[in-house]
Design a protein around this ligand. Structure first.
Ligand code: UDP
Length: 231
């Protein structure tokens, strides 16, 4: 096994199968583009469990994704894809940058989900950009973005229902997509409290990375709470 990529929260290794990678979840947490750094104990294990459950649920509901199987507490096997360098954010309730940059009121329910695109680039700080920028940079074409929008809307519908049944409001989330060797677009990366905002549906208590970002306390407990509700 060779380490081929190390990101802020995950490592990717090759395996003895050409089309298969191993994705390992780390306890490291970062926020504000790497300015704030720490460890959240057991996060790797918790996020591997949560992502695995969500990828299985999405696969059962016809969303093609890179998940193959969970192979240890912190590792899953995934299909090899080439990641499209666009982070796709989908929002149901106003929070985060919608409040900070655009003046929405936190907690405001959006009449329709908002889909946004961010350039996946640590050096440039993941700026918000438009479809025209994506085409000009040749990160994806119109056909790809059409598929990605459709998949994102359907994933949002599925996940909203899935989480609401478990007493959780899906406020917003970030997705990444990749292409396999046949050119098929697959959902990739992870879906976890690192990449989603989850609020308790009765109390609106934040159960996600905002607890780490803003030093709200009970960080590990909140990640564990999401895991428990999926177990
Ligand atoms: N998000 C992410 N990775 C990023 C930026 C955002 O997973 O690099 C997620 C974030 O956790 C939230 C959603 O995308 O669920 C929207 O994030 P927002 O634009 O509000 O930015 P933030 O305030 O989180 O920086």
């Amino acid at each position: 096994m060779n380490l081929i990529y190390e990101g802020k929260a995950k490592k990717i290794y090759t395996t003895d199968r050409e089309d298969v990678y191993l994705q390992e979840f780390k306890d490291d947490a970062t926020a504000f583009n790497g300015v704030k750094k720490d460890k959240i104990s057991h996060k790797g294990e918790i996020n591997n469990f949560i992502s695995s459950e969500i990828f299985k649920y999405l696969k059962e509901n016809s969303i093609p994704n890179h998940f193959i199987e969970k192979v240890s507490d912190t590792e899953m096997l995934i299909k090899k894809v080439e990641i499209i360098k666009v982070e796709v954010v989908c929002r149901n309730i106003a929070a985060g940058s919608l409040v900070k940059k655009l003046g929405f009121k936190e907690g405001e329910e959006l009449e329709n989900p908002i889909i946004e695109f961010y350039l996946k680039s640590d050096e440039l700080g993941d700026p918000l950009f438009t479809e025209e920028h994506i085409y000009a940079l040749k990160l994806a074409d119109k056909h790809d973005i059409g598929i990605i929008r459709k998949m994102t809307n359907y994933i949002n519908t599925l996940l909203k229902k899935f989480f609401l049944q478990r007493g959780i409001k899906l406020v917003d989330f970030k997705l990444e997509f990749g292409k396999d060797k046949h050119g098929n677009i697959l959902l990739a990366d992870e879906i976890s409290p690192d990449t989603c905002r989850f609020w308790d549906s009765l109390t609106n208590k934040k159960l996600d990375k905002d607890r780490f970002r803003f030093d709200l306390g009970e960080v590990e407990e909140s990640y564990q709470e999401i895991k428990n509700r999926l177990s």
